[in-house]
Design a binder for this molecule. Structure first.
Ligand SMILES: Nc1nc2c(ncn2[C@@H]2O[C@H](COP(=O)(O)OP(=O)(O)OP(=O)(O)O)[C@@H](O)[C@H]2O)c(=O)[nH]1
Ligand SMILES: [Zn+2]
Length: 369
């Protein structure tokens, strides 16, 4: 089979400098370094709460006369009993704990309790800056919590990112996805398969399309959006239904003659593998799969489907029969201009370990089983 996509070099899209700064900031934060986040009305220096050490906290505190403040999502504040549970909200906490690295890790940590001396602080003007700090921690796949101090002037040698660039990062990255490699990969259940790798222009994480047979773009294409699940897909974990859904989708598409499976780099409904393991720990302590996410400070589902829509567009697929039980996927693809002519149920038998998980999805996430 010959490659169907034009992978020859094209004029590079204009380099988006703010986008690259965001990627650098993500790497710095994961290494426990301080980055600056700027908005027209304010500027802060931040550390990701998860990566704070005694030394880095001392360096952060030395940058300002005002002591560090901990930024947490509304979800996490509510879990600590210190605020309203509001999607998208970010709140500020102050207190002596914010100057103690061990206490900060505990406060960001899903299993910790709040301590009495913490005070919720009023929101500051331009609180999109605070949102951007927590979003950066999320993009870094760390706990959604940040320690910040205000700055009055830029520091010459420290990386600075614009808050608005952080907040639009996911969308900018998704829009920049381009196919970069394609190969024939015969699969046990679908010999006539090829994999197309899509990479964003910031060099970030790739998403994959598994194209089976030769889908006819003039007709609705049987399509599966599959979010990465290391535990289910690779290890055969029984906590979820992902392994069955992945292999089941490939078999079903092969039996139908043609179609596409998008393998999306959205581990743990977009919170990353490490945070998913934290969510599993909370589920073992009695929370369901949605509440576990909220306890950590995430929304119940952090995925966006613009990457999927962008990949379908590049594959010249505009009309799909979507294999899913999740109405959000149908609605999101339609919103991004894909014609979802049919939802094809994608249900597999449950087992003793995933019954509760599947029940919660049906009861609380609107999954159609
Ligand atoms: N945060 C979190 N993620 C989970 C949990 N169990 C599975 N996942 C992730 O959930 C995602 C499941 O993805 P999908 O099967 O594509 O999505 P879905 O919402 O169930 O929708 P359909 O399968 O299409 O009906 C994968 O990224 C898994 O890693 C969990 O308990 N917590
Ligand atoms: Zn899974």
């Amino acid at each position: 089979m010959t490659p169907s996509l034009d992978l020859s070099p094209r004029p590079q899209p204009e380099v988006d400098r703010p986008m690259i700064a965001v990627d650098r900031a993500i790497a710095e934060l994961r290494r426990g370094q301080i980055v600056e986040v700027t908005a027209p009305e304010r500027r802060v220096a931040m550390l990701a709460a998860e990566a704070v050490t005694g030394q880095s906290l001392a360096r952060l505190a030395a940058l300002s006369d005002i002591p560090p403040v901990l930024l947490l999502t509304g979800r996490r504040l509510a879990a600590l009993g210190l605020g309203e549970d509001e999607a998208g909200a970010v709140g500020r906490l102050s207190g002596p704990e914010c100057g103690d690295a061990e206490q900060v890790s505990l406060l960001a940590n899903p299993c910790a309790e709040a301590t009495a001396s913490l005070r919720p602080e009023p929101a500051l003007p331009g609180d999109r800056l605070d949102q951007a700090c927590v979003t950066l921690a999320k993009l870094a796949r760390l706990l959604p919590a940040a320690l910040v101090v205000p700055l009055t002037a830029p520091t010459a040698d420290r990386l600075a990112v614009e808050a608005e660039a952080v907040l639009r990062h996911q969308v900018t990255v998704a829009r920049s996805l381009r196919p970069v490699a394609e190969a024939r990969v015969p699969l046990a259940q679908a010999e006539n398969a090829r994999i197309v790798a899509f990479r964003p222009s910031d060099g970030g994480i790739e998403h994959l399309a598994v194209v089976i047979g030769d889908p006819d773009p003039a007709r609705p294409v049987l399509t599966r959006l599959h979010s990465e699940c290391f535990t289910g897909d690779l290890l055969g974990s029984l906590r979820c239904d992902c392994g069955d859904q992945l292999r089941g989708a490939i078999a079903e598409i092969a039996a139908a003659g043609s179609g596409v499976l998008l393998y999306l780099a959205q581990e743990g409904r977009g919170i990353g593998l490490v945070n998913k393991l934290r969510a599993y720990q909370l589920q073992d302590a009695g929370f369901d799969t949605l509440d576990a996410n909220l306890q950590i400070g995430f929304d119940d589902d952090e995925r966006i489907y613009l990457p999927a829509a962008q990949m379908l567009d590049r594959l010249d697929i505009h009309k799909v029969r979507l294999m899913t039980n999740n109405p959000r996927k149908v609605e999101a693809l339609a919103r991004h201009g894909v014609d979802v002519v049919e939802r094809v149920p994608h249900v597999f038998p449950s087992n003793d370990h995933n019954q509760g998980y599947l029940r919660t999805k049906a009861r609380r996430s609107g999954h159609l089983f």
